[in-house]
Design a protein around this ligand. Structure first.
Ligand code: ADP
Length: 604
């Protein structure tokens, strides 16, 4: 990856401002300024008040004392209330802003070719970019917090400086220099943390994988059955140790830097206390001024320290956002597609001497593959695991492009089509079914279906034999699925989930190609038979490709392609392939036939 020059904190803050303007929230900028003034003036009142009280008491001027107390009480209560309100509002705006950036991020992800999503390096880059969105107190939202805290301090520090300057002008430059040194030290800590952040993220990503595997529903069964749980937990704890090691090193470095801070605070305060005491004993200042000066020293030291520390944090937070913006700006399109549209519902597919290997591997997965499916034809892809069947589907979806050879759609190279409008013509049932935490209906139609959509969804459910089941749910079509969002949600069985995903594919309107990748893998023999009995209704005049381990399904197809090691070694109709003596298809069919017979006998 080519790293672009890092953007400055100011550039990122400008990005924040531009986003507020785009989101039509200019008032937020004014609230930041109002917050700066109100929250900045409050601490000044807090150091002036003790001086006035002490001086009034020492002069025994009780009327004045009461007046001062009332005025200050009203002022402080009023300003604190407004300040608290604005501060809370600004924090909420930070959260809202983060959510909007998440939308931009998701939009970007959608535009990135699928081939990147399968690369580990891309996953790391994505994680680094996403970091700014996943943290509440740091990154994008943290920046709102930093700015709303730092700005008021600027007003306070100016006020405190004036108060101290009235007492002794040299105190101001000394304080600023000392605090600046503190800032540089604290910046070193943040820079170190940032420099090691990529490493930390990479180790965390690996740990996340093990956490995901050990908790994910779909893996849950394998873990219990294959007893690999112990192995995964073991690898997770090793990986956690690696994460902790990097984390500890970063924390220890920051801790060492903090020790310097303490030494500086003690020395600067000591010096100023000395000057105050000398001034009091030589009658230059009143007791009230002594109190005010001491409070001011304390307050300005803490404020300067706060500002410099938070400037370092602001820099760290904007750096996270910088990574995010680099990701948004990065051009991930390594593939070129044309602009041709498909204007017919008859679509033929041809693979012509197609070679393909995955970007991260050396070995060719498809090695000079040739086949043809006529418009509305139905082809079965058969072969053992790893033969390259799913890879063919990925190429047909335009997730990857062939390295050699061509895929012709209606006689035209697929690369010449506009990939997005081409994909609209595709209906696909993938092997791994995704069910969303939404209603049954929404799982098929997407959000806000019209009455017409609902009718079509019903027809789709009927075609896959799921309608009666859905109607038996307490809420029918509106029944929530999964329990993540709605506790009363229904968990579908593997077979039901698979039927639902077929229903989703056949619901998709104006599609002229349908690809079914192992559509019945989770179904029992009877349900499988039911699906295949309705097969022609399901594919509904579309050019179809069916991948199936169960060879019984291939009988419905008008051609069969037997793949081995990335090559088509046999092709033809079921009868033709069964007639090849010692043919691979025939051998597989006979073997499976025996197995099926046994299974059916068991059922009886
Ligand atoms: P099938 O669907 O026939 O079981 P696949 O098309 O999934 O086979 O896989 C064909 C070969 O490509 C296998 O050797 C598999 O390991 C490899 N493969 C699949 N996906 C990837 C990937 N993203 N990166 C590298 N190799 C892959």
């Amino acid at each position: 990856m080519i790293h672009k020059r890092k953007k400055s904190t100011i550039t990122i803050l400008n990005y924040h401002i531009s986003q507020l303007i785009i989101e039509k929230k200019v008032h937020v900028i004014f609230l930041f300024i109002l917050n700066m003034i109100i929250s900045g003036v409050l601490p000044l009142l807090m150091v002036i008040l003790p001086k006035l009280i002490i001086d009034a008491v020492s002069l025994k001027d009780y009327d004045y004392l009461v007046q001062v107390m009332i005025v200050f009480a009203v002022l402080i209560t009023f300003l604190s209330t407004i300040s608290n309100f604005i501060f809370t509002y600004l924090r909420a705006q930070g959260l809202a802003g983060r959510m909007n950036q998440t939308k931009l991020f998701n939009k970007k992800l959608k535009s990135i070719p699928f081939s990147f999503l399968e690369s580990a390096q891309f996953q790391s880059e994505k994680k680094a970019a996403q970091a700014t969105l996943t943290m509440g107190s740091s990154g994008f939202e943290g920046t709102f917090d930093d700015v709303s805290r730092i700005l008021p301090k600027i007003i306070s520090i100016i006020g405190f400086s004036i108060i101290l300057g009235l007492f002794n002008v040299y105190i101001i430059p000394i304080t600023i220099v000392v605090c600046f040194i503190q800032y540089r030290i604290s910046l070193r800590g943040s820079k170190y943390a940032l420099a090691r952040n990529d490493e930390l993220q990479e180790e965390k990503r690996k740990a996340d994988y093990f956490i995901e595997v050990s908790t994910d529903f779909s893996y849950g069964k394998d873990i219990r059955v294959e007893q690999i749980e112990g192995q995964i937990i073991n690898r997770l704890s090793k990986q956690n140790k690696r994460v902790m090691k990097v984390f500890k090193e970063i924390s220890f470095f920051k801790y060492r830097m903090n020790l310097f801070d303490i030494v500086f605070i003690i020395s600067i305060n000591g010096l100023i206390y000395y000057l105050v005491v000398v001034a009091y004993f030589s009658n230059q200042i009143t007791v009230g001024t002594v109190a005010m000066t001491i409070w001011t020293i304390l307050a300005i030291t803490l404020d300067l320290q706060f500002v410099f520390k938070n400037l370092a944090k602001l820099q760290e937070d904007t750096n996270y956002t910088d990574k995010f913006l680099q990701f948004l700006d990065k051009d991930f399109s390594n593939e070129t597609w044309g602009s041709k549209q498909i204007n017919t519902s008859d679509i033929s597919i041809e693979f012509k001497d197609v070679y393909f290997k995955y970007p991260n591997s050396e070995e060719y997965v498809l090695k000079g593959l040739n086949f043809k499916i006529k418009a509305k034809g139905v082809m079965a892809l058969v072969g053992i695991n790893g033969a390259g069947k799913t890879t063919i589907v990925k190429l047909l979806c335009g997730f990857y492009q062939p390295l050699k050879g061509n895929i012709l759609i209606n006689g035209v190279d697929m690369k010449e089509y506009d990939i997005f409008s081409y994909r609209e013509k595709l209906a696909i049932v993938f092997q791994d079914v995704n069910i969303y935490a939404a209603s049954v209906l929404e799982n098929i139609t997407g959000p806000n279906p019209s009455d017409k959509d609902i009718d079509r969804a019903k027809t789709s459910l009927e075609k896959v034999g799921l309608l009666d089941k859905v109607l038996s749910y307490p809420n029918g079509f509106q029944q929530s699925l999964l329990k993540v969002i709605d506790e009363t949600g229904t968990d579908l069985s593997g077979g039901e989930a698979q039927r639902l995903s077929i229903a989703r594919a056949i619901y998709k309107q104006n599609t002229n190609i349908i690809i079914l990748d192992e559509p019945t893998a989770s179904l029992d023999a009877a349900s499988e038979r039911e699906i295949y009995n309705n097969f022609y209704q399901l594919i509904d005049d579309r050019t179809s490709i069916v991948i199936s381990h169960r060879l019984a399904s291939t009988r419905f197809c008008d051609s069969i392609l037997f793949l081995e090691n990335g090559k088509a070694i046999e092709s033809g109709t079921h009868e033709q392939l069964m007639n090849i003596e010692h043919g691979k298809y025939r051998e597989m069919f006979v073997t499976q036939g025996k197995y099926y017979q046994e299974e059916n006998n068991d059922e009886l």
